[in-house]
Write a protein that binds this ligand. Structure first.
Ligand code: SF4
Ligand code: SF4
Length: 322
């Protein structure tokens, strides 16, 4: 089903969103996961609506930062509707492609997105709240206030949705390409980069907020950071243990990570974790042509294998051999 709202007036879009949510409940969903009023006018907090009355508080805009796909595994087995931005929809698609969610249990309400607020939110001396009365589309804020990942977003429109509310957005094409900052980082000598991570991860608290926020980190109670059999990690707060934990998380999400940024956003000490994840996501795309979370029918590359991988020199044959 694809039912794009005819009007692009913000109030009409809000009403279309709330109507879609009520229809989802009437159609058998137990809950609608969306965003509603937050602690301040700029912030939208996750809202679980279970009745038509509760749907009246649903809203969308640059304050809708949280990726709601992170709640879906905990609701498996129940039919739910979930509001998804473009990046959030990739998390859902990735979980579907791994058989961790069931499509028939989901109603996806897609919301084309102009970007969400960065970690600092709105400046104290800036606009009091996003442009709620913009003439068309969902409210937005200037680029300077956006999260950095939104400035290079290739998927502002949901890649999978049952209903889409709002005008389609144009993907970003940042100067120098979406990976210019990664190229600059990787151009540094390897020891420079190692020292960078020693410095950054030296601040890690081992609180595991990054792991808990990740929609794709699904081992939960069996996480090797906590299990003692096998004892991969100790309780030591040495940089080595912290680095090893992050490397393991990065490898577990390699070829699966959709670069949603929830890990980095959740980190209370602001460690730039997304850099590590983006490097591996780029490698997966270069090696396997795989962009995580874009095709529910595609098996992630590290969850399968071919007898011959033409793009991996050691094992390939033909054109990819070097
Ligand atoms: S590793 Fe980070 S960026 Fe990647 S899917 Fe998990 S939370 Fe999102
Ligand atoms: S959220 Fe930050 S401080 Fe907590 S474990 Fe992850 S990297 Fe360390």
């Amino acid at each position: 089903m694809s039912d794009r709202s005819g009007s692009t007036n913000p109030d009409a879009l809000r009403e279309a969103l709330r109507r879609a949510a009520r229809e989802a409940l009437a159609g058998g969903a137990e809950l609608v996961l969306g965003w509603g009023p937050g602690p301040d006018p700029a912030t939208l907090a996750p809202l679980f609506a279970a009745s038509a009355e509760e749907c009246a508080a649903l809203d969308f805009g640059p304050g809708a930062v949280r990726n709601l796909a992170g709640y879906l595994r905990g609701l498996a087995g129940r039919k739910v509707a979930v509001c998804v931005k473009g990046c959030d929809s990739r998390s859902v698609v990735q979980l579907l492609s791994e058989g961790l969610l069931r499509r028939e249990e989901l109603i996806l309400i897609g919301l084309p997105c102009a970007g969400v607020l960065g970690r600092d939110g709105l400046p104290a001396d800036g606009p009091a709240q996003p442009e709620r009365d913009a003439p068309e589309g969902w409210p937005s804020v200037p680029d300077a206030l956006l999260d950095a990942r939104c400035l290079r977003c290739r998927f502002p429109n949901p890649v999978l949705a049952d209903v889409t509310i709002g005008p389609e957005r144009t993907p970003r094409e940042p100067e120098g390409g979406p990976h210019a900052d990664l190229d600059a980082f990787l151009a540094q000598p390897v020891m420079e980069r190692f020292r960078h991570w020693e410095r950054e991860l030296g601040r890690c608290l081992r609180c595991y907020a990054c792991r808990n926020a990740c929609p794709l980190c699904v081992c939960r109670d069996h996480c090797l950071a906590e299990t003692r059999r096998p004892g991969w990690l100790s309780q030591s707060s040495s940089v080595r243990e912290k680095l090893l934990f992050q490397v393991i998380h990065a490898v577990h999400t390699a070829g699966r990570c959709t670069e949603c940024g929830e890990c980095q956003r959740a980190c209370p000490v602001g460690i730039p974790l997304l850099t590590m994840k983006r490097v591996l996501a780029r490698e997966a795309e270069a090696l396997f042509g795989h962009v995580a979370g874009t095709d529910p029918a595609q098996v992630p590359p590290l969850l399968t294998f071919r007898a011959e991988e033409p793009t991996i020199p050691d094992h390939g044959t033909g054109e990819g051999d070097r």
